[in-house]
Design a binder for this molecule. Sequence first.
Ligand SMILES: [Ca+2]
Ligand SMILES: [Ca+2]
Ligand SMILES: [Ca+2]
Ligand SMILES: [Ca+2]
Length: 463
Amino acid sequence: MRPPIQIPFVARSRPFPTLLRRLVFKISVRFGRLFCFLRGVICKREVRAPTLVGTLALTGCALNLATDAGVDWRADVARAESTPYYIDATNTMLPVASATGFSNVAVAGDFLNSGAIGVVIGNHYGTDRILVPRQGNKRFADQTLQRFPTPEALRNTEDAVAGDFRAAGSLDVVWVSSGTGHTVLYYENNGRGEFRETDRLPQCGAQRVAIFRNLATDAPSLLLACADGLRFLANNGHGSFTDESSRRLPADTGIATDIVVSDLNQDGAPDLVVNGNAGIRIFLNHGDGTFQEKLNAIPRSARKEETRRIAVGDVNGDKCPDLYLANWRFLIADAALQDRLLINDCTASFRDRSSWLPAKRHLNSTAARFVDLNGDGHLDLVVGTFRNDTWGRRHDAPWLAYLNDGTGHFRDATAEVFPKGVVGNGRHIEVADFNGDGIPDLFLVSRGGPSLMLLGKIRAKGT
Ligand SMILES: [Ca+2]
Ligand SMILES: [Ca+2]
Ligand SMILES: [Ca+2]
Ligand SMILES: [Ca+2]
């Protein structure tokens, strides 16, 4: 039996006075994280009997979650910086405390089947969260306590995807985590945006997860980038999964740290780009969802290279997906900080066109995504950076905006595109129409400091 949870703040109908609220929040965040950590260390998943530490820890986790519930954060609105392209709606739309953490990933979706977009956020050293739309998409509320199961162990979420894995008409969530206990977690949605954790998935030490469909009509399967190689978990059609790695994937996929799905050779079958201990590798789809490596597809980097994230999209208008490698210096001391742009010749062979990128600032790149920032129909780039502080004490590294001239040549237009103060400790970029005005918005996920909500202002041509 789980220990009882006392949550003194949830039932309050009126907000705390500001100073008291902030004090309670600061204390509870610090102790909540500590208790979550202690519980993760001491109370392994298998230990279900109540213990003093376990009870304190779980209560601390709950406090950490609860402090934001019912609190009106509009009192904290300090700024809403704007450019012709984006307005920073972080303080006006988000419960900022709930969007602040050691966040690694966010996934947007209509989790409540309400027609409005919400977002789930995966955190290190804390609890994953769900923010749901309120007031006609004008604000988000943290309903983690009401909608997520209470975590039973420290998780350290690294990545997540959402999909209708059971063909039930609702979005379930798969999390991958480097924490104790299960590291691949399945949150099943009851159709109303309330989740329960199930044991649907085989386990491995995974850092990334991606959805794969060989045909558009297929149930979504899962690809996991695991410490012992790539895994293919085939969806049996109703949300149960079979590990078909040995049948579908090459024998030696190596240690995998990132994976992207895209039809690189334009034959109609989605292929794979895999990052790992052997660098970037291309696995081409035979057409039936089995894969073979295409050797020498990626030109070698002149210097040692450590890639954290791969972005994929056509940047030069030939409809063939190109690649951007967000490179950092983390485990390899002399790795180059230069990111790379790789242009596809439409057969999944790539040429290095990093010279088409603006001069790189001396920053680690930790996230990248192709997005049409100025609505001209050409994919631009958002790049997340950080300053070598994995503890998130510093979260002042810029989010970069690179505009594409349509031929794949980019210029650094950060100051023109992003409002002042768009900084963080970049980890992930989610794109969705969060306020329902038909224009794509950005949710910039930061490890330390608040993640940011940027509402788009430019309507794309033809929309
Ligand atoms: Ca293909
Ligand atoms: Ca291209
Ligand atoms: Ca553009
Ligand atoms: Ca929008």
